[in-house]
Write a new protein. Structure first.
Length: 294
């Protein structure tokens, strides 16, 4: 017989307590790097790099804000990097959500020759690292004359041909799984009312997929915001860099000799962290839909 423990009048099993402790420990491990970076950004360079590391930030009255002031002073084009990241991430997110919804609906509800083979090849493409395809993609972008522009990153990424290509294939898979959970009676009723495939998709299916679309947008935005490799290869002008590459450049042409990079990382994390926290409920809901029906 399993022993029952009462905590504040509630019946709790020992296994639940152990699970909660394990989850708290995992959460602490995941939060620790962010906490250390935030703590380092508020200290002097010697204190920030001291061993053992100081995990907790100093008292509010002892905060050293000179690194944040330096970012905001214009000496470093930090907000230019952030604007570039926002632009590229928004374009990639919009493109991937659109083609993910369209392709996911086609794979889930339409019948056409070679559908299963095409879907299988798409999933296999998720296993191919971007380093394998970066050379031909670079040559294609060079032929198009878009190297060193935002289009060199957004054009391949929108169609899942480049990092975050995983998010592109995963987005199609996610939308397909959702549309497969929609009862066939919904489409039959729309057909009886005279709606065609396009009207059914935009008037019935797409409104029902709002939470899944929102979740996909958050996932893709996170991938695009954190993408380093493709921007590093495709863009070489400082004023066109995104945050991941731009933060690295702070230590080179804008070498400061201090830990201003920690302050830059703190500010760079805030937008995507805010978006993720805001939409985590939709992500959980969409993951549930993905696992309902294969």
């Amino acid at each position: 017989m399993t022993k029952i423990i009462r905590i504040k009048g509630k019946r709790v099993r020992p296994g639940q307590i152990l699970l909660a402790i394990g989850m708290i420990l995992m959460a602490m491990i995941m939060i620790a790097p962010f906490l250390w970076v935030f703590s380092a950004s508020l200290r002097t360079f010697s204190d920030a790099t001291a061993l053992p590391p100081k995990w907790l930030p100093p008292a509010p009255g002892e905060w050293n804000m000179k690194y944040f002031d330096k970012l905001c002073s214009g000496q470093i084009p930090f907000f230019t990097f952030m604007r570039n990241s926002l632009k590229i991430s928004t374009i990639i997110t919009a493109g991937m959500v659109c083609h993910g919804a369209l392709a996911g609906y086609a794979y889930a509800r339409l019948s056409f020759k070679g559908k299963n083979v095409m879907f299988g090849l798409m999933l296999v493409g998720m296993m191919v690292p971007v380093q394998v395809t970066i050379v031909p993609l670079f040559k294609i972008m060079n032929l198009l004359g878009v190297i060193n522009t935002a289009a060199a990153v957004t054009l391949p990424s929108v169609f899942g041909a480049m990092c975050p290509g995983f998010a592109g294939a995963f987005g199609i898979f996610m939308m397909r799984q959702f549309f497969m959970t929609v009862p066939a009676e919904m489409e039959e009723a729309a057909t009886i009312d005279g709606a065609g495939i396009i009207r059914t998709f935009f008037s019935i299916m797409l409104p029902m997929a709002k939470s899944t679309l929102a979740s996909l947008a958050i996932i893709v935005f996170t991938f695009a915001w954190n993408d380093y490799f493709t921007t590093f290869i495709m863009i070489n002008s400082t004023e066109k860099l995104t945050l991941p590459v731009g933060i690295l450049s702070i230590k080179q042409p804008f070498s400061t000799g201090d830990n201003v990079v920690f302050a830059a990382v703190c500010l760079a994390v805030l937008p995507v962290l805010f978006v993720f926290i805001l939409g985590q409920k939709w992500i959980v809901q969409s993951m549930t839909h993905v696992g309902v029906k294969g």
